[in-house]
Design a protein around this ligand. Structure first.
Ligand code: NIG
Length: 394
């Protein structure tokens, strides 16, 4: 997945050398420099660790009854967010942290080595700040999603003011990103614009939940604000696709150089669980838009962190090649989080590709090639995972 090598480059009989947390060398196994410790992959496929750029993992409670009702024909309506909010508010810090750690461990066991997660089940100043603080102790990137749902009994305009003012100030020390659920039944275009403006002015990177349940302003706003990602993208007009493609004009997808635009993040597990049309990833790629695949793990619309499942679905149902799906689940996610190159001010290295200088985040499959992820869907193919050079799954 190193763009410098060609986006679908596969090296055969290769070796990768780690130096602490970084990748130090890649090349033919026969030429590998000596190392203190050796692992023989035995001809199995090694991939970058998954970069899951969209999850909602700070929550308590169970919504399996809502899921069953949906499978019996009830449409998904965002109202279930209130159910999770009530359970989350009632949980103590210890339990909320323990549940988050368990979900992170589950994701890591499935090959995810970089995880973004959002607030959004607190929905008042104190609870949103608590969710952000807890998330910041566990995951790599934290996103403020106070604008997830207007709590029952609140005035939408007053609640938007709260999000843009005291709530933003309270979460600010813990988050890198801000997001807004711009959708009928959640936040209007104008309210979303206010949230994005306030969060941008506070120095946060921007992301948008858009065009999930119907056509709308989400993609348009994401492009207008230069958001790093617009997520869901199920209902796209031609003008939405064109607007997204326009953000990638100064980007060279082959070399990974230039100015990245707004990533279209597709969430196939959510689309299946809510019986929405699968996001048009093929159409987006053909138009020149960089696409990410993410799990959207959350208790309402997508209770899975399996990126293997997302990759298999993208290949089997969304007309992506194996190479395109792998790129979207690794490099695409890194682009959506602007973690695809360089080292940030906290010393965090780039992820999403196996490249010299990047963080040593890789996974080994119990298979000779990555095609097996779609060829043998649902099989336990993750054999070993290294995160920042540490073996986290044997
Ligand atoms: O990304 N769309 C909004 N937020 C979540 C669902 C949240 C829920 O229903 O609990 C999503 O699908």
């Amino acid at each position: 997945m190193d763009p410098a090598r060609g986006s679908d480059a596969v090296l055969a009989d290769a070796a990768v050398v780690f130096d602490g947390e970084r990748i130090a060398w890649i090349g033919p196994a026969a030429e590998a420099p000596a190392a203190d410790e050796m692992h023989d992959a035995g001809g199995r496929a090694m991939l970058p660790g998954w970069v899951d750029s969209h999850t909602h993992l700070v929550f308590a409670g169970d919504r399996s009854a809502e899921f069953e009702a949906r499978m019996a024909g009830e449409p998904y309506a965002a109202g279930g967010i209130a159910v999770t909010t009530e359970a989350t508010r009632a949980a103590g810090d210890y339990d909320l942290t323990r549940m988050l750690l368990a979900r992170q461990a589950e994701a890591a066991a499935g090959g995810t080595t970089w995880l973004e997660t959002k607030t959004g089940y607190g929905l008042d100043v104190e609870q949103e700040a608590r969710s952000a603080r807890i998330a910041s102790t566990v995951v790599d990137d934290v996103t403020f999603l106070g604008a997830h749902l207007v709590p029952a009994g609140s005035d939408p305009e007053e609640y938007t003011d709260l999000v843009c003012g005291p709530m933003l100030a309270a979460v600010r020390p813990y988050v890198q990103w801000a997001d807004v659920f711009c959708e009928r039944g959640a936040f209007t275009e104008e309210q979303s614009r206010r949230v994005l403006t306030a969060c941008r002015d506070a120095g946060l990177g921007l992301r948008v939940h858009g065009n999930q349940l119907g056509p709308g302003a989400g993609v348009r706003l994401a492009v207008e604000f230069g958001a790093a990602s617009v997520d869901h993208v199920n209902y796209l007009a031609d003008s939405d696709v064109e607007a997204l493609a326009g953000t990638w004009r100064d980007w060279d997808a082959q070399t990974g150089s230039g100015q990245p635009g707004t990533v279209a993040t597709c969430l196939p597990a959510c689309d299946l669980s809510t019986r929405q049309p699968l996001a048009p990833a093929r159409r987006l790629l053909d138009a020149g838009v960089e696409v990410a695949l993410a799990s959207n793990c959350n208790p309402g619309t997508s209770y899975t962190s399996s990126m293997n499942f997302c990759v298999a679905t993208a290949v089997l149902q969304m007309e992506l090649s194996v190479a395109e799906a792998l790129r979207a689940a690794t490099y695409g996610g890194a682009l959506a989080l602007r973690r695809h190159a360089g080292v940030d001010e906290d010393g965090k290295r780039a992820v999403g590709s196996i490249a010299v200088g990047h963080r040593a985040d890789v996974q080994l499959l119990n298979a000779p090639s990555a095609a097996h992820l779609a060829y043998r869907p649902g099989m336990p193919l993750t054999a070993a995972v290294w995160r920042a050079g540490d073996r986290i799954r044997k």
